[in-house]
Design a protein around this ligand. Structure first.
Ligand code: NAP
Length: 284
C-alpha cells in the first residue's frame, strides 16, 4: 500500500506555477491577480480563504480580499462581482461558498465572467467540460486527476466508482475520469447495493460528506481509494469519508485526510488563475 502524498504533489504544482509566473512577470511586466470574495464569518470559509491568499503569495500572484458582512444584499454582491469582472488587473474571481442563506449562489456564480471563473462553476465552463474542450477544470476533481497522474495510476479501461454527485465534486469527477477512458459509475443516496457497486471499483472516489462512510468491506483488494471528504469524527477531529485505518491495508494507493485531496484543490486554483491570466492577455 502506498499513501498518496497530496502535500508533496501540490507543492510541485505550485512550484511550477511560481516559476512560470516569475518568467511571465519578467517578460510582460504584469502580475496575475485573484480576487477572493467572502461573505459573513463562517470559520471554515475563513480558513479556506486564508489558505488561498497564502498560496497566491507563494506563487507570486496579487490577491485581493473582499470580506463582506453577513447581511450583504444580493444586489451589493452582484455589483461587486460586476466591478471585478471589469478590472483588468483581476484575472480570477472566486466567491467562497457557501454563501449566507438569503443569497442566491447560482445567480452569483452565473454573474462571474466565465473567463475569470477559476472555480469552473459557471454554466459555460461546466458545458465546456462536458464537451471536453475546457479552459478551466473544477479544482477538486482536477486535483484528484493530477494526483493519479503524479503516481502513474492508469485510468483507461478501469472501473471507476464515484460516491457523490454534487456539481462541484462528484459529477465533474465522473466526467474527468470518463475523459481519460475510465468506465465510470456515479453513486448517490438512492443507489441500490452501494457496497456491491463499490466492490467493483479499481478506483474508488468518495465525495459523500459523511465521516468514515467507506468501510473495508466496500473496498476491493488492490483498489485505489481517493478520499475527498473533509468531515469531523466523533471527537471533532478532521477526517475523511473513508475509514482510513481499516481500509488502507486493502488498497494499492490511498489518500489521507488531511494531506490528500485538500492541498490539491488550492494548487489547481493557482493553475487555473495562471491560465486565466494567460488567456486574458493572449499569452500562449
Ligand atoms: P454534497 O453536495 O453534500 O454531496 C454529497 C453527495 O453524497 C450527494 O450526491 C449525496 O447524494 C451523496 N450521499 C449522501 N449520503 C449518501 C449515502 N448514504 N450513500 C450514497 N451517497 C450519499 O457534498 P460535496 O460538496 O460534494 O462534498 C463532499 C465532501 O467533500 C464533503 O466532505 C466536503 O467537505 C468535501 N470537499 C472537499 C474538498 C477538498 O478540497 N478536499 C472540496 C469540496 C468538498 P444525493 O445527491 O442523492 O443527495
Amino acid at each position: 500500500m502506498q499513501i498518496i502524498d497530496g502535500k508533496k504533489v501540490s507543492a510541485q504544482v505550485k512550484e511550477s506555477v511560481r516559476l512560470e509566473t516569475e518568467a511571465l512577470v519578467k517578460n510582460y511586466g504584469i502580475t496575475p491577480g485573484l480576487a477572493v470574495v467572502i461573505v459573513g464569518d463562517d470559520p471554515a470559509s475563513r480558513v479556506y480563504v486564508n489558505n488561498k491568499k497564502k498560496a497566491c503569495e507563494l506563487v507570486g500572484f496579487r490577491s485581493e480580499e473582499y470580506a463582506l458582512p453577513a447581511e450583504t444584499t444580493q444586489e451589493e454582491l452582484l455589483d461587486l462581482v460586476n466591478t471585478l469582472n471589469g478590472k483588468k488587473d483581476i484575472n480570477g474571481i472566486l466567491v467562497q461558498l457557501p454563501l449566507p442563506k438569503h443569497l442566491d449562489d447560482k445567480a452569483v456564480i452565473e454573474s462571474i465572467d466565465p473567463q475569470k471563473d477559476v472555480d469552473a462553476f459557471h454554466a459555460v465552463n461546466v458545458g465546456k467540460i462536458m464537451l471536453g474542450e475546457y479552459d478551466f477544470l473544477p479544482c477538486t476533481p482536477a486535483g484528484v486527476m493530477e494526483m493519479l497522474h503524479s503516481y502513474d495510476i492508469p485510468v483507461e479501461g478501469r472501473e471507476c466508482v464515484v460516491i457523490g454527485r454534487s456539481n462541484i465534486v462528484g459529477k465533474p469527477m465522473g466526467m474527468l475520469l470518463l475523459h481519460e477512458n475510465g468506465t465510470v459509475t456515479i453513486c448517490h443516496s438512492r443507489t441500490r447495493n452501494l457496497r456491491e457497486v463499490c466492490l467493483r471499483a479499481d478506483i474508488l472516489v468518495a465525495a459523500v460528506g459523511r465521516p468514515k462512510f467507506v468501510t473495508a468491506d466496500m473496498v476491493k483488494e488492490g483498489a485505489v481509494v481517493i478520499d475527498v471528504g473533509m468531515d469531523r469524527d466523533e471527537n471533532g477531529k478532521l477526517c475523511g469519508d473513508v475509514d482510513f485505518e481499516n481500509v488502507k491495508d486493502k488498497c494499492s494507493y490511498i489518500t489521507p485526510v488531511p494531506g490528500g485531496v485538500g492541498p490539491m484543490t488550492i494548487a489547481t486554483l493557482m493553475k487555473n488563475t495562471l491560465k486565466a491570466f494567460k488567456l486574458q492577455n493572449n499569452i500562449k
